[in-house]
Design a protein around this ligand. Structure first.
Ligand SMILES: C[S@@+](CC[C@H](N)C(=O)[O-])C[C@H]1O[C@@H](n2cnc3c(N)ncnc32)[C@H](O)[C@@H]1O
Length: 368
């Protein structure tokens, strides 16, 4: 292994790249920069492990292992043959190869994959569609960039959620929306349509400064650069989480509440959370200081029909205005018209693609 720093790229949901940057700053990575699709920085393999373990908003962490220029498949063949694959992969490791080609002499991704797979085989690795680790070959303007997906399964999978409700929001998007809504980890948070409890569980984990990936494994564990002892040293010990609850989730669906409760238990943060089965119309203000209400209500194209949705958003606006003075409200929806139906004083965040739709985070200042 060389000491040259690796270029590390944390993939973010499009539109939410700026919301990922504060997590890098909090980890002390001052030189990280965001751009289209994610955040980049230079670092070591230990930084790669740390980012996978800590980041809440990223989808994946890619590490660039090499880059070269070539104008032909024969050139790719040659460069791939010479490449020091054994610095990255052990002999016998199964590797999935993916490729994209843009504005390059090599325009056939399938042919590029075949060349790289052949070279890997010569070095003792085993190309396989369901490989333990994925190698991404990007060919753009005749520059070939080789990156390893060091995460494996998408990072929104924290390893705690078994119960999934209707139209759940991904954990990493929930974390980024909490960040955009200015959640500081100390204030109370309430989600009156919490489904499987994603916002509440993320908020509780942030409040406890828990490591997002503490319960899962990562693809980097099969790489030649992996050192189990050094990786273990990056884990913080999890202390017993004590109440009182300051994160409140409710939903009219009993099954959703059951699921949220067991998801919170698996994450080890039950003591901070209060889940109740009740409809929005029966929502009451918890005792104590004002905080943040964050919601992912049903929206068009997913669940519910239009007329009912306008009524639901109208009720949400009315209930929150009447009972939650001093609280801020943030909600995610795919329809600005529905947002307007709340009658709340809203600002609209950037568009974020989600489940085949575009969604926005709408936010209010503290309600008067
Ligand atoms: C899009 S899902 C929320 C998903 C959630 N963020 C998650 O990650 O699992 C919307 C939720 O709103 C709930 N809901 C719909 N109408 C409601 C109402 N009037 N009162 C309370 N909950 C309601 C549904 O039961 C559903 O769980």
């Amino acid at each position: 292994m060389t000491d040259t720093p690796l270029e590390i790229f944390a993939v973010a949901p499009p539109g939410l790249e700026p919301a990922l940057l504060p997590e890098f700053r909090a980890l002390g990575y001052k030189d990280a920069r965001y751009g289209p699709g994610g955040v980049t920085m230079l670092g070591s393999w230990a930084d790669v492990w740390r980012l996978n373990l800590e980041l809440r908003g990223a989808t994946k962490i890619l590490a660039r292992i090499g880059s070269f220029r070539t104008m032909s498949l024969a050139g790719l063949d040659h460069r791939a043959d010479e490449f020091p694959w054994d610095e990255t992969f052990y002999s016998g490791t199964t590797v999935r190869v993916e490729a994209t080609c843009k504005r390059s002499k090599i325009y056939h991704a399938g042919a590029a994959i075949e060349r790289v797979e052949r070279a890997l085989k010569k070095h003792g690795m085993k190309p396989a569609a369901d490989g333990e680790v994925t190698l991404k070959v990007r060919i753009e303007q005749n520059i070939v960039t080789l990156s390893v997906d060091t995460s494996g399964e998408s990072l929104h999978k924290r390893g705690h959620k078994e119960a999934v409700g209707k139209a759940p929001i991904r954990e990493n998007m929930a974390a980024l929306f909490l960040q955009q809504a200015g959640y500081d980890g100390a204030e109370p948070v309430l989600d009156p349509m919490c489904g499987s409890g994603t916002f509440i569980i993320e908020a509780a984990e942030i409040a406890q400064n828990l490591q997002a990936g503490r319960s899962r494994s990562f693809a980097f564990e099969v790489l030649a650069s992996f050192d189990e002892q050094d990786y273990k040293a990056l884990h913080r010990s999890v202390s017993v989480v004590k109440g009182p609850a300051r994160l409140y989730g409710s939903d009219r669906d009993q099954g959703a509440i059951k699921g949220a409760t067991s998801n919170a238990a698996r994450a080890g943060i039950s003591a901070l959370c209060d889940f109740q089965c009740k409809p929005l119309a029966e929502l009451t203000r918890p005792d104590g200081p004002a905080g943040l209400i964050i919601v992912n209500p049903p929206y068009g194209g997913r669940i519910g029909d239009k007329k009912q949705l306008f009524a639901l958003y109208g009720t949400m606006g009315k209930v929150l205005k009447e009972r939650f003075k001093g609280w801020r409200v943030a909600f995610v929806t795919s329809e600005p018209g529905l947002a307007k139906a709340t009658g709340l004083p809203l600002s609209q965040g950037p568009a974020v693609p989600h489940g085949g739709l575009k969604v926005w985070l709408f936010q209010t200042p503290p309600l008067k």
